[in-house]
Write a protein that binds this ligand. Structure first.
Ligand SMILES: Cc1cc2nc3c(=O)[nH]c(=O)nc-3n(C[C@H](O)[C@H](O)[C@H](O)COP(=O)(O)OP(=O)(O)OC[C@H]3O[C@@H](n4cnc5c(N)ncnc54)[C@H](O)[C@@H]3O)c2cc1C
Length: 501
């Protein structure tokens, strides 16, 4: 069945349009889902609904100067499509890669843009989701029904970033900008720019605007770990010289990167001091022995408790070394007319303040979920391996890895969903709902993520909105690619954790 984009204009709608599967979002996860469905579940009807006007998700939303991946594209790219560029890629390069996936696999016919889903209502009697979406251009709503919902909506609100409320913000006479809504017409020439934050976004933005403004200062409350290195992978370049096929290069380089990441993660756990020294040596290489690395680039937490951003060619540190950028580690006392007064008593003058302060976690795409007449309280559910939820029928979501590339998990979850759909078809089941088994009755329920293990701000702020986890691997989102790559394909779909009807 070909659901072409022309059916979009068939208003007014009398009957909801029906699909076997409805994918929410056309980011890296949703486009991957569409690819896997066409390859692993041929004949399944499906549609991808996307609120924005094009594909890309994160890589479309974020348009600040220098926007790039902080993980390598060999593992951030799909397992099925070789990556042939430099390992760290710009948003434009990632979108172009995704565009090729869409074109090469004829996926455009399945995607509807400008469709924001506002509600998803499940009826057990019909074993169907009824989904309402609103068109961005006309404001018209459309209804869809689907047997299965595949949530590829990411983890944060795309329209607006997170800016804390600081005292005195309204007094500031200059411009306040969040990187997620970067104004196209911003004029940096001759300006003093102050970037608040020191995560991957700030670390990308600072060197990329340093030449366009008078001076840029990165203001951080506390330091962050960074990895530095060349934006190249020697073995990939070697293999290309030998004219090895790109499919082979993709596979070999993926394996090598994953092996090295795993080894580093283990060292971070077993010998955090050594790992810390290695990371700090990379910073020292650019900033020299006399720079105060202890104050500005030596975090108090263990490496890997937060994602470690990769700084290609140490560009952030080169900017600081060359005097175009500087870093201040201090706390904000108040904004005032001319900038920011710090707790130390110092004052930072600014014409433009950039709040690189993160995201608003939005757990299920700000969609209102109702199950058999009852609003779904997501925090009352328990996750099945971070993919499905107790009491929520025919629904899977994609939440990738924090420490390894997101797409590694998007591919694994896609395999699982396709296998589950095929299994349901073979069984003649209309619905599948995860449920705790008798042996899970006394299982201790815990917050989604162990804050001792991983604790970025947007997750900590939104933990109360997330499902619970249990202390068994079936009921946890482990964030461990090395186990999941073997465990997810081996899941017994007839386990009592899956209730079929
Ligand atoms: C600046 C930045 C850099 C990052 N760099 C990396 C990196 O280098 N490596 C890495 O592994 N991860 C990185 N991440 C994490 C990143 O978000 C994921 O890796 C990945 O791109 C997420 O893909 P996704 O398709 O799951 O979600 P998203 O990219 O968030 O896309 C979700 C899509 O769903 C749509 N959507 C949401 N709600 C609705 C709704 N109600 N109705 C219709 N459509 C909806 C959105 O408009 C969006 O297009 C980065 C994140 C950010 C913000």
């Amino acid at each position: 069945m070909n659901h072409s984009a022309t059916s979009l204009h068939a208003e007014p709608q009398t009957q909801p349009e029906h699909f076997d599967v409805l994918i929410v979002g056309a980011g890296i996860s949703g486009i991957g889902g569409a690819y896997h469905l066409t390859h692993q579940c041929p004949g399944t009807t499906f549609v991808v609904l996307e609120a924005q006007d094009s594909f890309g998700g994160t890589w479309l939303t974020h348009r600040y100067p220098g926007i790039r991946s902080d993980s390598d594209l060999y593992t951030f790219g799909y397992r099925f499509k070789p990556w042939t560029g430099t390992p760290i890629a710009t948003a434009a390069e990632i979108r172009s890669y995704m565009g090729e996936v869409i074109a090469e696999n004829d996926l455009a016919q399945y995607i509807r843009y400008g469709q924001r889903i506002s509600s998803a209502i499940w009826s057990s009697q019909d074993a169907l989701w009824t989904i309402t979406a609103t068109r961005g251009d006309t404001g018209q709503t459309r209804r869809f029904t689907a047997n299965f919902l595949w949530m590829c909506q990411g983890y944060y609100r795309h329209e607006i970033g997170y800016t804390p409320e600081w005292p005195g913000m309204s007094r500031f006479q200059g411009q306040i900008v969040h990187p997620q809504t970067w104004p196209e017409d911003i004029d940096l020439a001759g300006k003093q720019v102050l970037v608040i934050g020191s995560g991957a976004t700030a670390a990308t933005l600072v060197p990329n605007i340093a030449n366009d403004c008078a001076h840029v200062t990165m203001l951080q409350r506390s330091p962050t770990f960074f990895r530095t290195g060349r934006n190249a992978i020697e073995i990939a370049d070697e293999l290309r010289k030998l004219q090895i096929s790109e499919e082979w290069i993709h596979e070999i380089v993926r394996k090598k990167i994953l092996y090295e990441q795993s080894a580093f993660t283990r060292i971070c756990e077993s010998n955090p001091d050594w790992a810390k020294e290695q990371l700090l040596a990379g910073v020292k290489h650019y900033l020299g022995e006399t720079f105060d690395i202890a104050t500005h680039f030596t975090p108090a937490y263990r490496p890997w408790r937060q994602r470690i951003a990769f700084i290609p060619d140490g560009d952030l540190f080169q900017g600081i070394r060359d005097g175009k950028a500087s870093v201040v580690t201090d706390e904000i006392e108040t904004f005032d007319e001319t900038g920011i007064a710090l707790k130390s008593g110092k004052h930072l003058d600014a014409d433009i303040i950039v709040t690189a302060t993160g995201f608003h976690l939005n757990v299920l795409g700000d969609i209102e979920f109702v199950i058999d007449g009852k609003p779904l309280v997501f925090a009352d559910t328990v996750t099945y391996r971070g993919m499905m939820f107790t009491g929520v029928p025919n629904m899977a979501w994609v939440f990738g890895y924090f420490r390894a590339s997101w797409t590694l998990r998007a591919d694994l979850v896609a395999d699982f969903v396709c296998r589950l759909l095929n299994h349901m078809k073979a069984k003649g089941a209309r619905s599948v709902t995860p449920a705790l088994r008798p042996e899970d009755a006394d299982m201790k329920l815990l917050p989604w993520i162990d804050a001792e293990n991983f604790n970025p701000g947007y997750l900590m702020r939104g933990m109360h909105l997330l499902p619970k986890r249990g202390d068994k691997k079936e009921w946890a989102h482990t964030q461990d690619y090395w186990n999941e790559k073997d465990e997810i394909p081996a899941i017994d779909l007839d386990d009592a954790a899956f209730v079929y009807k």
